[in-house]
Design a protein around this ligand. Structure first.
Ligand code: ZN
Length: 246
């Protein structure tokens, strides 16, 4: 099985189309989306339609939960909150119905999908170091787990015989063999708003037969989505940050 993994799309349809094109050339047969289809960007409904057309296995992100009114926006910074309030009234009834149908954790062996961490999925903690990876891995009962939320790609590997020994790969692009590892936790980075100082859209690709996990990057039309963000009246910073990957 070849799994294409989309993380944190954040209503950036330009980036999403570039990633889907790249993954379609990779002969993907299973599509996964790790949450936050909406928020920050100017085309939430377009992105929801693409995710649904691909037949993605999807979990609920914190921005998705906020736009359906089920997560307090006091939890968000000012720009994120402004984008939630911009997005919510623009969603179509079918978008709201779809987002309401999503769960925090989707377990589908050989993988599990969660936006933040498996130990506290409803609190949206971040996996940003081996410390949080260890806690999440302790709750991972499938060989693979795909997460997002931090917008920074990383791969964590562990053997059951050495549960406190975590191998970490934190490059902005990586292709690794996970042969011999019993638990693999992959933060696939962000399609629509990367924050690892690499502005290219990030995505994940896993081949379960070859036991290879990749984080890949693709260029997309950043200026195009910046124009749409400004035309939409969303906060200027949400356009500016895309060129920097922060
Ligand atoms: Zn996000």
């Amino acid at each position: 099985m070849r799994i294409g993994i989309l993380g944190d799309i954040h209503a950036n349809a330009e980036a999403l189309r570039a990633v889907v094109d790249a993954l379609q050339r990779e002969r993907v047969d299973t599509w996964v989306q790790v949450g936050d289809i909406v928020g920050y960007g100017p085309e939430p409904s377009v992105c929801i339609d693409i995710v649904r057309e691909l037949g993605c296995i999807v979990c609920l992100g914190n921005h998705d939960q906020a736009v359906i009114g089920e997560l307090d926006t006091a939890y968000f910074n000012n720009f994120a909150r402004a984008a939630i309030h911009w997005t919510a009234p623009r969603l179509r009834p079918q978008d709201l119905e779809f987002l309401r149908s999503l769960k925090h954790v989707v377990r589908q062996p050989p993988f599990t999908v969660v936006h933040g961490t498996l130990h506290l999925p409803e609190q949206f903690g971040y996996v940003i170091s081996a410390v949080e990876a260890l806690d999440s891995l302790d709750h991972q009962d499938t060989r693979l787990c795909f997460v997002g939320h931090s917008h920074v790609p990383a791969i964590y590997l562990r053997r059951d015989a050495a549960p406190n020994e975590i191998h970490m790969v934190t490059h902005s692009e990586a292709e690794i063999s996970y042969r011999g590892f019993d638990r693999v936790l992959i933060n696939v980075g962000s399609v629509g708003q990367p924050r690892d100082e690499d502005p290219r859209a990030a995505y994940g690709l896993v081949d379960t037969d070859l036991e290879i996990a990749c984080v890949k990057r693709v260029h997309y039309d950043i200026a195009g989505v910046q124009r749409k963000i400004r035309a939409a009246g969303l906060p200027e910073v949400l356009a500016d940050r895309l060129a920097l990957g922060v």
